[in-house]
Ligand binder design. Structure first.
Ligand SMILES: Nc1ncnc2c1ncn2[C@@H]1O[C@H](COP(=O)(O)OP(=O)(O)OP(=O)(O)O)[C@@H](O)[C@H]1O
Length: 238
């Protein structure tokens, strides 16, 4: 049985202005419908290929605050949302999420400030009294219930060790029915088994295998041949 919280999305391009930058994002401008077939879906690809734009639009269309937080968070410190969220319709599953959040690294500070105002405690200390990485992880670890979690670059403040901790948490929650849609550049997080990896490269959203991703291939080349790899890079840059 399909137990996704977000089963699929449709984009009505007639709602997007003719001169909108959204029409120039090649990966996105070709899609009218996307189906989520797995409890974990990763968006990967080069910088600027449209991953965060689509992720944020899905989150806002689902009912999240554009800057992040749980479905109850309502605040705005800047207005940077695209019209894409209005053009997206979401086919929701029958189950209601027990908890949920939209996380984006760039506005996490504002979410943490709001969390204090809402008296939400993440970890033993307040989020602002923890280091950047500690507060990220405390935030994630406060959510264990079956729900929908939309996450933009969770690795950005996390050490390798803590990325592994997050990997375990996501894998276990997904196994119990939570759904994750995650933008990442981390070859560690991408290795979570039983996930779908969608690349935004080459102007088109397409599924790919872990071993085919640049995230894995470049890391592998680097680790296996670090010295010659760096020598070559520096020689090419002369
Ligand atoms: N408000 C905006 N106005 C005009 N162009 C924008 C706006 N926001 C994003 N873009 C452009 O849309 C494209 C996609 O941006 P997006 O942030 O979705 O990329 P990304 O794949 O998430 O990149 P990264 O990996 O660097 O986070 C980029 O070329 C960006 O410059």
């Amino acid at each position: 049985m399909d137990n996704k919280f977000i089963r699929s999305i449709k984009i009505d391009w007639s709602m997007i202005e003719e001169d909108s930058y959204l029409r120039k994002i090649q990966s996105i401008n070709k899609i009218s419908e996307l189906s989520f077939t797995n409890n974990i879906t990763f968006f990967i690809g080069e910088n600027g290929t449209g991953k965060s734009t689509l992720l944020e639009a899905i989150a806002v269309a689902y009912g999240f605050n554009p800057e992040g937080g749980t479905l109850n968070y309502r605040f705005s410190t800047y207005n940077d949302t695209s019209e894409l969220s209005d053009a997206i319709s979401i086919s929701k599953g029958f189950k209601r999420p027990l908890s949920s959040f939209f996380f984006r690294a760039e506005s996490f500070y504002n979410v943490a400030t709001k969390a204090i105002e809402y008296n939400s405690l993440y970890g033993e200390k307040g989020l602002h009294e923890q280091s950047h990485g500690e507060s990220f992880l405390s935030f994630f670890q406060a959510f264990q219930n079956e729900g929908i979690y939309i996450i933009d670059e969770p690795e950005s403040a996390l050490s390798m060790q803590r990325q592994l901790t997050l990997l375990i948490q996501i894998a276990e929650m997904a196994k119990k029915g939570s759904q994750f849609i995650i933008v990442t550049h981390s070859p560690i997080l991408l290795a979570i088994p039983n996930s779908s990896i969608w690349s935004f490269d080459n102007g088109e959203i397409h599924a790919c295998e872990y071993e085919e991703t640049e995230n894995f291939q470049i890391l592998k080349m680097f680790v296996n041949n670090r010295e010659s790899f760096i020598k070559q890079l520096l020689a090419d840059g002369k």
